[in-house]
Design a protein around this ligand. Structure first.
Ligand SMILES: [Zn+2]
Length: 122
């Protein structure tokens, strides 16, 4: 099944969805396409009308809407609420520890800062 004989892909070249500068062209003697600018390799699934980046794991995939590639999706990866909880914990836990440390050590007698000594104020 050639890339050029498809009803989905009736043009000779397509814009690259990754770099948006190069063009995707069929690679000779292969069932794959390549960008002439960023050198990424793609495979075309004609049944689902999806372009997949073959040199990345998990592969990104795009759908051709007739004018441009739309929707960069990670194939086989679904995000659920656990990723949100993990992201909040990843951002909030270190910040919380530092914040609690600052509140806890603020209770001890204050040490004059260097800035106060340099400018002569008490
Ligand atoms: Zn490219």
């Amino acid at each position: 099944m050639s890339l050029l004989s498809s009803s989905l892909l009736d043009r000779a070249t397509y814009p690259c969805p990754v770099c948006r500068r190069g063009e995707i062209q069929p690679l000779p003697l292969m069932e794959a396409c390549g960008c002439n600018f960023c050198q990424h390799i793609f495979t075309v699934d004609l049944e689902t009308e999806v372009l997949r980046m073959a040199d990345r794991e998990p592969p990104l995939s795009w759908h051709w809407d007739g004018r441009q590639w739309t929707g960069a999706h990670l194939a086989g990866v679904e995000f659920n609420w656990l990723y949100g909880v993990a992201a909040i914990a990843f951002l909030g836990l270190p910040t919380g520890i530092i914040g609690l440390g600052a509140i806890y050590f603020r209770r001890f007698p204050a040490v004059p800062s260097i800035g106060c000594r340099l400018f002569g104020s008490a």
